[in-house]
Design a protein around this ligand. Sequence first.
Ligand code: ATP
Ligand code: MG
Length: 259
Amino acid sequence: MCPTDRAAANRAAQTDQDPEAGPPADAPEMLRLSGLGKSFRLHNQGGVEIPALSDVGFTVRAGQCLALAGPSGSGKSSLMRMIYGNYRASSGRIEVRDGPEWVDVAAAAPRRILALRRQTLGYVSQFLRVVPRVATIDVVAEPLVALGRPREKARERAAALLTRLNLPERLWELPPATFSGGEQQRVNIARGFALDSPVLLLDEPTASLDRDNAAAVVEMIVEAKTRGAAMVGIFHDINVRRAVADLRYDMEAARESAA
Ligand SMILES: Nc1ncnc2c1ncn2[C@@H]1O[C@H](COP(=O)(O)OP(=O)(O)OP(=O)(O)O)[C@@H](O)[C@H]1O
Ligand SMILES: [Mg+2]
C-alpha cells in the first residue's frame, strides 16, 4: 500500500466505527493531532537527523479509545511521549481540551504542560518510574495529594485501586523498587487511574500482567470510557485491543511518508 493509501485508510478507520459500540458521534472532541512530525537529532553521530514520524493526525472524542498500531520501532511510544510533552514535536499541533480552553502541547510553555498534566492529561508509561523510599500507597495517592485532596482520602482511593488490581496489602507500605514487573505495572496503572483524567494515555498497560489482572485493567479502561475519558493506547494483546478500542491509527502510514 502506498503512503497516501495508508493515510486514506487511517482516515476511513476514524469513521469506520460501530455506532452501537462507541460513544455518540457528537461527543466533544478532547484530543486533536494534526500535521504532527518528529525527527531525532543524533548528537553523538554528528547531529544527523533521523525522520521518525510525519503528518500524523487524528481526533479522539470523549468516551473513545484510539489504539496505536504498528510494529516494534514504528514510533508508538515516541508519539505518546510527544502527546504528554516529554518529546518536542518537530512540526504540527497536539491540541488537548483543558476545560474551556485548548492547549497545544507542541507549542505550550513547560509550566502550562505541567498544569495540564495535573488536572487533565494522564499517562501510564510502559515502566514505572520508581521514586526511592516512597511507599507504594503514597506513589498511587500522589496525583490526588498534588491536587490538594486530604492525604487520608487520597490513600483510601489508592487502597481501593490497589485492591482492585490484586496487589497484596503487605506490599502497600513498601517502596515498589524491588517489586516484580507485573507488580510495578499494577502500581503504575493504579497511579494513572487515581485521578479521573479527561484524557489518558496508556502504553502497553497489560504487557506484564496475567489474564485476571489484564481483565481488571480492561474493566477499568471501559469504566473510564463510560465516564467520558478520551484515551490513546498501545495494546499488543489483540483481545485487550478488541475489548477497549473504538478507533485504530496505523503508524506505518506516518512512517512511510517520513522516509
Ligand atoms: N530519544 C531518542 N533518540 C533517538 N531515537 C529515538 C529516541 N526515542 C526513540 N527513538 C527511535 O524512534 C523509533 C521509534 O521508537 P518507539 O519507542 O517510539 O517505538 P515503538 O513503536 O514504541 O516500539 P515498541 O513496540 O518496541 O515499544 C526507534 O527507532 C527508536 O530508536
Ligand atoms: Mg513502545
